[in-house]
Ligand binder design. Sequence first.
Ligand code: NDP
Length: 300
Amino acid sequence: MAQLIDGKALSAQVLQQVAADVALLKAEYGIVPTLAVVLVGEDPASQVYVRNKLKRSAEAGIGSREHRLNRDTTQQELGQLIEALNHDPEVHGILVQLPLPSQLDEDVVIASIHPDKDVDGFHPLNVGALAAGRDTLVPCTPQGCMIMLNQVYPDLSGKHAVVVGRSNIVGKPMAMLLLQANCTVTVVHSRTQNIAAVCRNADIVIAAAGRMELVDADWIKPGATVIDVGINAIEVDGKRKLIGDVAFDSVFPVAGAITPVPGGVGPMTIACLLLNTTRALKRQLTAHPDKASVAVAANG
Ligand code: NDP
């Protein structure tokens, strides 16, 4: 029977650390780390995510600004808002909730956020810095997965990790972080052959395919650690239910450790977003030691 890696409890610890950082930054510099959250349109899942992010921000003492834009917002209008937030000295992190309505180009939007305020870690400069093994703002979900893995293995060195999925948001940065932690990393995706056999070799399986219960017991080596990133919403008796990418009941007796859905990676992602917000402010303070001009330089 697997050890359950409790994302709720672990995220509470991370949030405590964030709250302590917030108190320190306030005491030392008189600055409250502040996150601007931009939501375009009325996508129901995005509204839930944004609400949760703002709630947790408030609990950790992080300031927040909510910008809700009409679903017909143009690229230029969104660009102008991001530009204003880039230059706002009282905003230290900017998050644009994805996905965006189809008229908006996500790549252009991501690249328009100042890299020092890019708390999602999606800006090409931050992606490149992560790939080069430099200290940078790292995407929240893979960062949360690493904290969970460290609960099981304080030292990940030499472990064989298989990442199921190669998205820019989860799969690729996850692979980079595992590599940095000296794992042997395999990334599998929709074109991979004999995927179950590849996963059965792994000490660690990270499931991030967005396919409900894709990973079952046949994919898992006895004793392996399984991190389920998947969030698949279904309706049961008129109620919304979240199901992971791992068939939990099948894998639980085989795995050595496993994360639940919900209550696993999800809360860790939000906690790491707030961790990134305090990190972003610290980086801005280092780059601009004059606390009166914390804002990223106007032409930066
Ligand atoms: P994407 O759809 O962007 O990427 C999915 C990846 O999985 C792709 O690389 C795809 O391969 C691969 N894939 C799809 N089907 C299969 C299959 N049958 N076998 C193997 N690989 C497959 O999804 P995201 O990375 O954005 O998200 C993945 C999941 O994680 C989703 O359920 C999402 O909701 C969830 N998520 C959860 C978060 C959290 O906080 N817990 C945060 C972010 C995401 P290919 O590239 O070949 O198409």
